[in-house]
Structures are given as C-alpha cells and as structure tokens.
Design a protein around this ligand. Structure first.
Ligand SMILES: [Zn+2]
Ligand SMILES: [Zn+2]
Length: 777
C-alpha cells in the first residue's frame, strides 16, 4: 500500500515545434529511462500529450528533464502539467495521433545539418559516408519539401524516393533515436543524387561531382549549386578577378555577397565572433549573420565594398559542407542564384534559362524544392539580435498573439523585401521572404504563398478579412484588391508605420489595452496626409494611434529619383538655408555634383522641381543625404545602400559636441525634429573627420528621436518605447534612443523575431485588424 500511495500520474501538454523533430521517440526513451508508464501522442495543433505514471520523485524528474534533454530542433512554447488519476498502465507506449482532436499543426521549418549527421557523412565506415542529403529527426529539410499537411513522407518531395530496406529498418525501430518515424530520411542507396552539368544542362560524367565542383571553383569558375530552398551561386571569395567577374555577370555593382564558411574556426578568420554570434551561427536555423570583418581577413574587398561587416553563414546541408571542405579556402561566396530583381531559382529549368549567363557549371540534384526559402539574414543592433530577412529556418514558425482572433485574416504586407501573413486563433504565420513585390514574379510568389498557407490552415478568403498597406500604388495592395473582388471579402488598409510599431507589440505579447510610444523610422511609407512618412513618433495601441511628432518635411525633387540619387535630397535640404547660387558653389567646391547626369544644368532643373515635389519626413532620406554630403555614397544601387555605408563609416567615430543637438519645434501641436538645422550645422563643421561626422549625425538623430519620445512618454504616463522600421537596425540611432530613454527610466524595445523592415509589417497588419474586429464584436 505504501508503494502505491507514492505512485502518481500527470498529464503533460507540450506545444511548440514538437512534431516532425523526433519528440515522441524522445519522450518514449525518457520514460523508459525512468521506468515510468503511460503514453505519448500527437494532438495536432503542434501539441503533444503525455500521460506519465510512477513514483512521485521520478515523475517530477521526468518533467524536469523534458526541457533539458529535448531534441535539438524541438522548441517548447508551453508545457502544462495537470494532475491525473493513475490508470495502472504497465508499459510506456507511443499512441497513434488523435485524429479527432486535430487542430492546426505547425509546419516545421528547415533545420541545418546536425553534428551527428555530419559525423556520419565524414565517417568512412558509416553507410551515410559522403552522403549529401543525410538528415535525421534533428535536422534536414521540412518546409522546403512540403506540399501539404500532415507532414508525412507522401506529402513531401521525398515521396520520389521510397525507403530502402536499411532505411526502413531504422524508420520502424523505436529505439533508433534519430530516425524512428522521421519522414525525410534517406541514404546513398535510396535517396536523391547530385550531378555536375554544363550550362546547357548536359550531365558531365565524373567520379564525384562534389569534389569536381570544388576543384572547378578553386580554378576560378563560378558554379550554381542547387541547395535546400533554392540555388546558390558559389565562387572564390578571395580572388578579386573572380569576384569582379561575378559582379559583372550578375549585374550587381556593390550589393554585398554572403559568405559560407566550413566551420566556426574558418569563420573566425574572416569576422569577429563573440559568444552570442557563435550561438546564432551554430543554431539549427543557421542564418547569415552580419559580423564585423577582421582587419587581416583574406576576403576580397569587392565582396562587401564600403562596408565594415561580412555576412557569414555555416553550411546547413551536408552537400554544402562537402563542397566547402574540398575547396582551398574552405569558405566561398554563396549568393542567391537569381537574376537581378528576380526570385531565386528552385528548379533545373529556371537555372539553365536564367543562370547560364552568370555561371560556368551547375551542381544539380533531383530532390524537388516545393517551397522556395531564401537564406535568413540577421545582425546585431547595439548588441541586440535583429532580423533583416526572416526565411529559412524561421519561416513558417508561427508567432503567438496575446489575444485570440475572432476571424481569420490574410495580410499582404508592404512592398520592399516583403512577406505576407495569415492569422487564425492566436497565431500568425508569416510567409517566407518574398522579395520586392514591385517585381511581377515576386508578386506572383506572394500570391502563391498566401494561397498555400490559406489552404494549409483552411482559411476561406471569402470569409477572411484581408489587410493591405495604405499606399495606393503598392502592388501588394492591388493584389489584395484583386482577392477582395474575386472572393467578395472585406479589405482593410493600414498605415505603414503604424503596422511597423504594432508588429513589435504583437511580437512582445503586449496585452490588448497597452499603450506605447512608437518610433517608426525607415525609407518610406504612405502617410495619412498623403505625404511620404518615415520618421514618425506615435502614441500607439493595437486599436489606434496618434502621430505626435515627426522629422521635418523635405521635398523629394524628382520623386523616386530622389531615392536613387541622394544629391537631390541634399539640394532639397540645403535650400532651406542656402541660396541656389550658394548651393551650386558649395557642391562644386566639395566635389559633390554626382548622381546628376547632366551636371550643373540638371541641378537647375532640380531647383525647379522643388516647388511641386512630394514631401517626406523619412529618416532614410536624411541618412542618404548625409551619406552624400560626406562623400560616402552617391547612388543607391541596392536598398538602403547610402544609409548602410554611413553606418559603416561611423565605426569607432568620436563625438563632435557642436553637432550633437538637433533643435525641436512645435507646429500645429506636432513636434518637429528640425533636420535642416542639423545640415546647417554639418555644413559648418565639415572640417572634422568623416568618421566622427558620420558617428555624431546618427547618434544625434537617435538622441533627438529618443528625447521627443521620452518627453511624450512622460506626458502620457507610458513606460515603453518601441522602435521599428528599416532604420531601426542602425546601431548608432538605437544607441541614441536608448540613451535618452534610460535617463527617464523607460524601456526601449526592438523587434527580435521578425524583421524591423517591411518583412515584419504583415504581423502588425494582422494584429491591428484582429484587435479592431474584437472591438467591434
Ligand atoms: Zn541530423
Ligand atoms: Zn536508404
């Protein structure tokens, strides 16, 4: 009797990424280890139910061990323990999934190769030796090969490769930790194959296509490699001629190329890696991480011209690892295999048509890529992890809202570096990175991705609420209107910067009635007054916002031309305090007449355009103008280029106190940060070093934004300042904002799970539309 009274039972509900990652076999083994009885089963909804029964002390130890010993790819969002009556089970078993209780399952993301699979690939005695597609419960493709749910082999492109006898034995063996019931496993006998091909797509007969490809890269050839979620272009990163050849063929003048390094040791030869950086580089998500380049790195200066950082990732498939291992440098350029502006290729036909003018050879394989997933890109902003692109490894992991949606929602995002989203229950699923949707093929991809997720999560567009940006000319908005027309569904429009701010509220799970101060800083977004916004200070909640302040408006002579050629913004800002002739003399003297094809005569046209130009409060345009004025960058050849180079130029800069303070005035009840005064001051202080000027300008802008935000926060009794928008990843600006907030003991929050740029906007769109629906219901 005494022993029985010690016997207890607990029901444990675990949710998160717990399906398709070997979680049930793990629970099974853990229970066996403690000699406990009961069962484990999938519930759907990305939830696993465990009934565990046995002596109290062991049950408690079992529960503690779940978090500590869980499989590498598993992520536990919540673990709820309930008391249960012992059922007198005499074994521990894995039960079949409960079909009736099926909620929506999370589609697992793609995981980078794990150390166990890699060691098999490198072990001559393993049957997976040199096998480029080795994977297990803890690693390998998931989302990129899924056609539909549930995640079973027959619903993935692995159905083309029936399991051989050896693999089947492992698949059905519950004691096989890494392969029992894992859908994507394969081996050299039954799995996909690689081969080398000419630019016509003709197969080249060689013993080992990967070794041969490595040899060709070492000889200076450029090779397109079919990877996990699409094609890469691989080339030597240490040879100027090769890098310049690639730039010419890809018609990519300055945009940096990403690097892939064999391992941490090799990466350490290129960039500074601290413990935080190492952790993210080696994580299962394996994103590209922007890190400070070492002074003695051997990377060609043409890989990331004018920048102080290199984007580095580690190999995330055995194929990449084997390729790098056989090369001389053990790191390579691995840039996405696309034509300028077009989406990355995912099949052989696209590669042959589009990439044959760029590369010399192809390394193909025959596993179909179902969902394109580009590499994710992260960086550290004033020490905090921030996303530039959320895709492979992260998409389509859902984000939990702090409230339940009472209708399903489909959000179309914005325009540049776009991603859409679907929302249901308390979940928001952002699509993978789509690209700039002003390009028709990317827009089509957004359309397909939203259809895919709508169908997977059973969202009927005719009953859902559609959300789009307010910009009347955004292609994503036009697409949303097309859907609204076709499905007769309701469409709402949400202001761009407001969505930026609420994306952070949602990510940080602020309760529904919270109020924050929002600082939304970016290149451009359509404002409520019809002007171009981009330097905004809001008092914001899920349901409403007040624009309390912004950066001073400046004209954008030539509209979009002023985005490409910052000189137009320089002229616009200087004209606030200088005469035309004075400006011409000044620009001539400082050798700044660049980005105007016809020189001084065009300058006069720009003066005339000022009167009718649209106006902007964009921080991006101010940074661009500063970048031009400091002779750092005269033309934007990729998004954010002048501002990114200005940030790079500020490294180790010192403060120029005369320049730091940017005046503020109040106009019609709105606080205006007078950026023209900053430029007036700047013009008089140009004798200082470029480095110190770049540093002070950016810090000063951050301080000004932080000062206004903190004052307003105090006035409204608000504790949190939220910063978002593309410029919210700038370390100096964020540092300035944080400095001012600290003085008033306010907390500053950046988005850490979704991009600060437009790739995170769809999350805000869903949250706002959802909160408004709750209010009206
Ligand atoms: Zn593995
Ligand atoms: Zn096999």
């Amino acid at each position: 009797m005494k022993i029985l009274s010690n016997r207890i039972a607990r029901k444990i509900f675990i949710s998160g990424i717990v399906q398709g990652v070997g979680f049930r076999p793990f629970i099974y083994r853990l229970a066996k280890k403690f000699k406990l009885k009961g069962y484990v089963r999938n519930l759907g909804g990305s939830e696993v139910e465990v009934l565990i029964e046995g002596p109290k002390i062991l049950v408690e130890e079992f529960i503690r061990s779940i978090n500590i010993e869980k499989p590498r790819a598993a992520k536990i969002e919540s673990l709820v323990v309930e008391e249960a009556a012992p059922i007198g089970a005499n074994d521990f078993v894995i039960l079949k999934s409960d079909k009736k209780a099926k909620l929506y399952s999370m589609i697992p993301p793609d995981f980078g190769v794990c150390e166990y699979c890699l060691s098999e690939v490198l072990d001559p005695n393993s049957r997976h030796y040199r096998y480029p597609f080795n994977s297990c419960a803890w690693c390998g493709p998931r989302f990129s090969i899924i056609e539909k749910l549930p995640y079973d082999r027959e619903n993935t492109s692995m159905r083309d490769f029936p399991l051989c006898e050896d693999c089947m034995r492992e698949y059905t063996d519950p004691t096989n930790i890494r392969r029992f019931h894992i859908q994507g496993i394969s081996c050299p006998k039954c799995g996909p194959k690689v081969w080398l091909a000419t630019t016509d797509g003709e197969k080249i007969e060689v013993d080992d296509p990967i070794t041969e490809a490595a040899k060709l890269v070492d000889e200076g050839y450029i090779i397109a490699v079919k990877g996990l979620g699409g094609f890469h272009i691989a080339a030597l990163a240490t040879d100027d001629d090769v890098v310049l050849k690639l730039r010419k063929r890809k018609r990519r003048r300055y945009k940096p190329f990403a690097l892939m390094a064999l391992d941490i040791e090799v990466a350490q030869q290129i960039v500074e890696i601290d413990s935080k950086a190492r952790e993210i580089l080696e994580s299962p998500e394996k994103p590209i991480v922007l890190l400070p380049e070492k002074d003695d790195s051997s990377v060609s200066k043409y890989v990331a011209p004018g920048l102080d950082k290199q984007g580095v990732m580690l190999p995330y498939t055995p194929l990449h690892y084997l390729l790098l291992k056989d090369t001389r440098d053990r790191f390579l350029i691995m840039t996405s295999g696309n034509k300028k502006g077009k989406p990355m290729c995912t099949d052989e036909q696209c590669a042959i048509t589009r990439l044959s003018g760029i590369v010399d050879f192809f390394l193909f394989h025959n596993r179909r890529i179902i969902n394109r997933v580009d590499d994710s890109v992260v960086r550290f902003t004033d020490g905090e992890l921030t996303f530039l692109r959320r895709s492979r490894g992260y998409a389509p992991v859902w984000i939990r809202l702090p409230f339940k949606l009472n209708k399903k929602i489909i959000a179309f995002g914005a325009e540049l570096q776009n991603a859409g989203a679907v929302g249901f229950d308390d979940k928001v699923v952002l699509t993978q990175f789509i690209g700039d949707t002003d390009e028709i093929e990317n827009l089509d991809y957004l359309n397909r991705a939203l259809k895919f997720f709508s169908s997977v999560y059973e969202i009927d567009p005719s009953e859902a609420i559609l959300v789009a940006d307010k910009h009347p000319r955004y292609a994503s908005r036009l697409l949303a209107e097309k859907w609204a027309h076709q499905y007769k569904s309701k469409l709402v429009h949400i202001q761009h910067h407001y969505a930026h701010i609420v994306s952070v509220l949602a990510e940080k799970k602020f309760p529904l009635d919270s109020k924050v101060i929002g600082i939304a800083i970016d290149g451009l977004g359509y404002g409520d007054d019809g002007q171009i916004w981009g330097g905004e200070i809001f008092v914001a909640s899920y349901k409403e916002y007040i624009r309390v302040g912004h950066l001073e408006y400046h004209y954008m002579p030539g509209g979009d031309l002023a985005v490409i050629y910052p000189i137009r913004m320089v002229i616009s800002i200087l004209s606030k305090f200088m005469e035309e002739e004075e400006i011409i003399q000044f620009l001539k003297k400082r050798n700044l007449i660049k980005g105007l094809r016809k020189g001084v005569p065009e300058l006069k046209i720009v003066f005339k355009q000022l009167a009718t130009a649209p106006r902007t409060s964009s921080l991006g345009r101010v940074l661009d103008a500063a970048s031009h004025l400091l002779n750092i960058c005269y033309e934007r050849t990729y998004e954010g280029e002048p501002a990114i180079k200005l940030e790079a130029a500020a490294k180790n800069g010192r403060l120029i106190s005369e320049l730091l303070e940017i005046p503020i005035k109040t106009n019609n009840g709105k606080i205006i940060i007078q950026t023209s005064k900053l430029f007036e001051n700047l013009v008089n202080n140009l004798h200082n070093s470029k480095n110190d000027l770049a540093y002070t300008i950016q810090l000063g802008l951050g301080l000004a934004l932080g000062r206004v935000a903190s004052d307003v926060a105090t006035r409204y009794g608000i504790d949190h300042i939220v910063v978002s928008g593309g410029a919210a990843v700038n370390s100096y600006i964020v540092k300035g904002i944080k400095t001012m907030a600290k003085e008033k003991e306010l907390t500053v929050l950046l988005p850490n799970k979704v991009p600060a740029g437009d790739g995170g906007i769809a999350l805000g769109q869903v949250a706002i539309a959802g909160a408004k629906l709750l209010e009206n219901s």
